[in-house]
Design a protein around this ligand. Sequence first.
Ligand code: ADP
Ligand code: ZN
Length: 612
Amino acid sequence: MSTPGAPTAARTPLEVLSRVFGYDAFRGPQQEVVEHVCAGGDALVLMPTGGGKSLCYQVPALVRPGTGVVVSPLIALMQDQVDALRNLGVRAGFLNSTQNPDERRDTERAFLGGELDLLYLAPERLRVPSTLSLLDRGTIALFAIDEAHCVAQWGHDFRPDYLMLSDLHRRWPDVPRIALTATATEHTRTEIAQRLDLTNAKHVVASFDRPNIQYRIAPKNEPRKQLLELIRTEHPGDAGIVYCLSRKSVEQTAEFLAAQGIPALPYHAGLDAGVRARNQSRFLREEGVVMCATIAFGMGIDKPDVRFVAHLDLPKSVEGYYQETGRAGRDGLPSTAWLAYGLADVVQQRKMIDESEGDLAHRRRLAQHLDAMLALCETVECRRTQLLNYFGQRSEACGNCDTCLTPAESWDGTVPAQKVLSTVWRLKHERNQSFGAGQIVDILVGKRTPKVEQSGHDSLSTFGIGTELGEVEWRGVVRQLLARGLLAVGGAYQTLEMTPESSAVLKGDRQVMLRKDPERTRTRRSSRSSAPVADLAPEAQPVFERLRAWRGATAKEQGVPAYVVFHDATLRAVAALAPTSLDQLGTVSGVGENKLTKYGDGVLAAVAGDAG
Ligand code: ADP
Ligand code: ZN
């Protein structure tokens, strides 16, 4: 294991930050956390995706004697993480099931020899006695528990292996522990603290706001076409992630986009491991790839320039939604989170909960998660305010979400709600039948379909009493009644049923205010502005393009993603400064000592325009 320019001389947190990472100041609560952990304290850190969690343990690992041991479930990404650190001159390694015995032995030897600053471990490694005894024989600077929400059953991503992590401090009582997550409600946070024995640790909660992400939730009509329009009008050539619920829909969506000339790839747990790894690697290494995926994809993907995250199906919880959308725009540049949502989503998810395995408490938990997600979809208030409120944080209306940009109206839907409920009630009590949303809507608008005529539903007293609304609007009414628990989905055929709350509406004791879906959301960017170059001075733009070409070639040569060499933001700053010396280049944020040595001459040549 080679150890290029180990950053041994740097000792204070600020020195490490500037010499190794090339940054001149800590961000948000980083400093507080770093100092606490450097002093040997335990911490539980909640920061949104892109907030800068990694530095919270990487800096203390470099300041304290010994190796920082990072527990992370993201085996597929460890190689990239380690490559990125080595590129900074940090001595990093990992132990996981993808290695052969030789590689493992090398890493173990380096750890025991005190030659590792950071060691990444998959949680299941800690179940293996030989790993524990290995750790016993080396010097540990700290334990970092990444993606700590995986220990919480309440959350959305529980992993049984994480439960063992409670043993760490019993075995190594003097080693500080820092647990980090990007997703935690009050409820999840309490559970994490209890399970990891961190109730007395320092709890640090950063602002969860991601102001550069524009949140939009659109009525779902033809989701793939809507998606295509989004990509073509707002994100041509951009990297993005499209989440779908099923594997089949992942594949169909990727095929559909590819047929339209968009470089789209599928990713789901049913694909061969080799295909998955290849697609992930292309997404990370090539520019402008759209990944169509189930939620199996994305945790720990720290690609900074994902410009949009689209959901074609309703996420199961707000926590999941926020984590998934958070993968957009880690570099702080404008990005879009777009979700298409419709009646079928509500029906499908309610049914899945009914059919799910597990006890009543489990199903109730799923239903609560879904209700919160539905409330977000149906709100007429600022989406961001509602999201942050879910995480216990306040905010004003943001001006950068769909409801702020195109205010949604609410209207008194009590009478239409009564018409729907009354139809459901009559079918049940006059005919001993129940039907799905399609038939109810046909009855209300008085449509004589074969199914309506054969069932004799044209003789119901509610037949044709709903001509004041169109079919799409009626589906919107049904969707909102379902979302609020004023209707339920039952039986094998997903038929509509009354709920205990329905009768108050039928009797006129309860008013029902509904959301009027806006026709279309005005978007922030009417035309494409190639994000990284847009606001550079004209003379800096060709410099930026030369730097980007140099970066592409360098990354390819080294077999790493371009952003591991330098981020867009760093290249922009270099292009704007147009440095002529290494000293000058070293002042740019994101250019640390190791990168200066390694890339300085190449960058200066690219700036000067005499790169080969
Ligand atoms: P998280 O793990 O919380 O999602 P990261 O640790 O990946 O976030 O950090 C997000 C981005 O912000 C990275 O590109 C990182 O280099 C950058 N970053 C983090 N801290 C700082 C800082 N103090 N100054 C400048 N950039 C920072
Ligand atoms: Zn808003």
